[in-house]
Design a protein around this ligand. Structure first.
Ligand code: HEM
Length: 448
């Protein structure tokens, strides 16, 4: 149902007079597909009226520029309510802390500080890979999660601070997975509608009281010895919110990166020529692949650009469904004026399928990243998986490094037989990177 609001300069608004069917329902069912259908029907700028809110999508480059640069848009106001719902940080504390914490994270995980994590992460990945044993069969997504999750958490939060050992991880994992699964809905609606989610959130927040007090107790005075969590504690105003922010940081560090590690491997393994090239690259840096634990440095990773391209290409194809800004003053986009109060939405997932910028957009083509000036830390034009402008994801360099390192270690140690076709991505979520729709079972075996 399409109806123009009173002001003809407003973008076309897809909504329903009758709230219990129509756009809101369609939109909620498979939002990623809905965006593309709406774009082809109504043009590059359109508004969806759902859940009592107006979401205005910009799907072409003119809008992109404004989205990242305009002073009439605000990032903090767009996410504040979601943060309040997700981890119970009240508005005032959120606005007071946001700028400070963002700069801290951006600094600690910037390109020049990455080397501080690589050694620990490499050791941790080896340790958790060892739990897979010499051979076995499993869903690749589970295998990846069982290695990445504890290794990264121990690296960023400190070893033994969050539950990561075999014996204590199960209950934690169940709660965290439940929490992550409904995070998107929970960030949009009151908690009382999501009873199981709410239970897991309470469990996790309670756990984080202990996590935070352990981190506080062991907080070293030497700056370079602190974990990311300890830096967070040092910078936070309102210490009673430390468990809430700890949980938020845990979620931010896992929710997008772990699925991308899965997709990167799934793509590599399913293209024999790409797989072969990577094994040759690995051999040229580390010698013959095998079961010995290799130590990998930042310098080694620099010698493996093709694996970095594969990571970036997986991120391009599975990037977040949408990112948001709040319109604080009416803003002109193309011929439309978007009114204040709207949520302005931009879809990295669909922008990355524009053939003008990414020829053969659906194809996994790592070589297209040859053109990017990665030495200068620049991505390809129109690549916006991490956002853009001054609120870009502060964890992006860490994310790329952790996935690259994981792929190196995993492929160096194991060989694989694929038992299923690569699954499609789920169109169910707007927030964050996509999950696979179906299992992707593999047989793995330690190399001789
Ligand atoms: C492939 C993996 C990742 C992707 C695709 C991704 C993407 C994003 C995006 C799109 C945003 C919002 C930017 C905006 O709306 O303008 C964001 C924010 C954020 N990301 Fe990431 N991210 C990833 C990994 C990580 C990792 C590993 C960490 C931490 C270790 C992290 C920490 C954060 C934080 C703290 C924010 C909030 C920034 C703020 O409040 O201003 N991200 N990320």
């Amino acid at each position: 149902v399409l109806f123009q609001l009173r002001n003809p300069s407003c973008p076309p608004c897809i909504g329903s007079w009758i709230p219990w069917f129509g756009a809101a329902f369609q939109f909620g069912k498979a939002p990623l597909e809905f965006i593309e259908q709406a774009r082809s029907k109504h043009g590059p700028v359109f508004t969806v009226f759902a859940l009592g809110k107006r979401f205005t999508f910009v799907t072409e480059e003119e809008g992109t520029e404004a989205f990242f640069k305009s002073k009439d848009l605000n990032f903090e106001q767009a996410v504040q309510q979601a943060v309040e719902n997700a981890v119970s940080v009240p508005a005032e504390a959120f606005y007071q802390n946001h700028g400070n914490l963002y700069s801290m994270m951006k600094g600690k995980m910037g390109p020049s500080n990455l080397h501080m994590f690589t050694g620990t992460l490499c050791k941790e990945l080896h340790e958790h890979m060892a739990h897979l044993g010499m051979e076995g069969t499993g869903d690749l997504n589970d295998l990846v999660r069982h290695i990445m999750y504890p290794a990264v958490v121990n690296t960023l939060f400190g070893k033994g601070i969050c539950p990561t050992s075999q014996s204590e991880i199960k209950e934690f994992e169940e709660h965290f997975q439940k929490y992550d699964e409904d995070f998107e809905y929970a960030s949009q609606m009151p908690e009382c509608f999501l009873r199981n989610w709410s239970k897991s959130k309470k469990w996790l927040l309670k756990l984080f009281e202990k996590v935070v007090s352990d981190a506080e107790r062991t907080n070293p005075s030497e700056i370079t010895s602190k974990t990311l969590l300890q830096h967070l504690l040092d910078h936070l105003q309102g210490k009673h919110l430390a468990p809430n922010y700890g949980l938020l940081m845990l979620w931010a560090s896992q929710a997008n990166a772990v699925p991308i590690a899965f997709w990167t491997l799934a793509f590599i393994l399913s293209y024999p020529s790409i797989y072969k090239k990577i094994m040759e690259d690995l051999a040229s840096v580390f010698g013959k692949a095998g079961k010995d634990n290799i130590e990998v440095s930042e310098e080694d990773l620099k010698k493996l650009p093709f694996i970095k391209w594969c990571t970036l290409e997986a991120i391009r194809l599975r990037s977040p469904g949408a990112i948001t800004k709040k319109v604080v003053n009416p803003i002109k986009i193309q011929n439309f004026t978007v009114p204040a109060g709207d949520m302005l939405m931009l879809s990295p997932y669909w922008l990355h399928r524009n053939p003008k910028y990414f020829p053969d957009p659906e194809m996994f083509k790592p070589d297209r990243w040859k053109e990017a000036n990665l030495e200068k830390n620049a991505f390809l034009d129109s690549f916006v998986a991490f956002g853009g402008g001054k609120h870009q994801c502060p964890g992006r360099w860490f994310a790329i490094m952790e996935i690259q390192l994981f792929v190196v270690l995993f492929l160096h140690k194991y060989e694989f037989v694929l038992l299923d076709a690569v699954p499609k991505e789920s169109p169910l979520h707007l927030v964050g990177t996509q999950q696979p729709m179906a299992p992707f079972r593999v047989q793995y075996k330690c190399r001789e």
